[in-house]
Design a protein around this ligand. Structure first.
Ligand code: ADP
Ligand code: MG
Length: 240
């Protein structure tokens, strides 16, 4: 009998990768100050996979995530997101990619002058093709799904750390992105809220068929991953 994990791996190997990096290098600074942050990164992530990336501080995890998220342009090698090459892509192409991803940061990055509902709604407004009423239905239903049905009209200052991070998750997931990138989403949370937040992310992603790449130092959540990868000094090791 195949285990669920083996079945999943098999299914994954028959699909094409949603994230594919080949010999990817990235540098910061110029001239004599130029410093290489990523070295020959090779990585394929398949539809529906939950991958956790871990490794010491300063090893390049955030750099890799921001490249994948189209938040900066990769320098050398190849980086394909949903089949599209974004190494040395134009600002326009990067914008396109950013629209098809959900990004969750270490700090929740909510806008303080918008309510929970308005923060989440903003992410749908970027897509602009949906009638306003349909948007409201979606926003309310995802806030209910993350357990914030009773906090829809609250401003971030009246929410706890865990609640704010749940709004950030709702915001990243409401447009049903195929890929979710999360950079230390539990770093500011206590043990229980951290675990809750990640389980919520896992469940929603499963329902929507999304792929998750999550950076964390938090050993207590490693078990949600299908695969764990390890970054050290700008290099990826998957034998960890
Ligand atoms: P991690 O997320 O694993 O802690 P980072 O990706 O943030 O690591 O950083 C990797 C390396 O790149 C570090 O040496 C860091 O100092 C450097 N770095 C990150 N961002 C910048 C930047 N904007 N300018 C210059 N160097 C940077
Ligand atoms: Mg980081």
């Amino acid at each position: 009998m195949q285990t669920l994990k083996e079945q999943k791996n098999l299914a994954a190997s028959q699909n094409s990768a949603v994230i594919s990096a080949k010999n990817l290098n990235h540098f910061f600074g110029e001239g004599t100050l130029r410093k290489q942050a990523l070295f020959e990164i090779n990585l394929d992530i398949y539809p529906g996979e939950i991958v956790i990336m871990t490794g010491p501080s300063g090893s390049g995890k955030t750099t890799l995530l921001t490249l994948m998220g189209g938040l900066r342009s990769a320098h050398e090698g190849s980086l394909k997101i949903l089949g599209q090459e974004i190494c040395q892509a134009s600002q326009q192409q990067l914008l396109q990619i950013r629209r098809s991803l959900g990004y969750i940061f270490q700090a929740h990055n909510l806008l303080t002058f918008l309510t929970a509902k308005e923060n989440v709604r903003m992410s749908l407004e970027l897509h602009d093709t949906m009638p306003p009423q349909e948007m409201d239905v979606k926003v309310i239903s995802i806030l209910e799904a993350v357990g914030l049905g009773h906090r829809i009209n609250y401003y971030p200052e009246s929410l706890s750390g865990g609640q704010k991070q749940r709004v950030a998750i709702a915001r990243a997931l409401v447009s049903q992105p195929q890929i979710i990138l999360a950079d230390e989403p539990t770093a500011a949370l206590d043990k229980k809220s951290g675990r809750d937040v990640v389980e919520m992310m896992q469940q929603l992603a499963k329902e929507q068929g999304s792929t998750i790449l999550l950076v964390t130092h938090d050993n207590r959540i490693l078990d949600i991953a299908d695969r764990i990868i390890y970054m050290e000094d700008g290099r990826l090791r998957d034998d960890h």
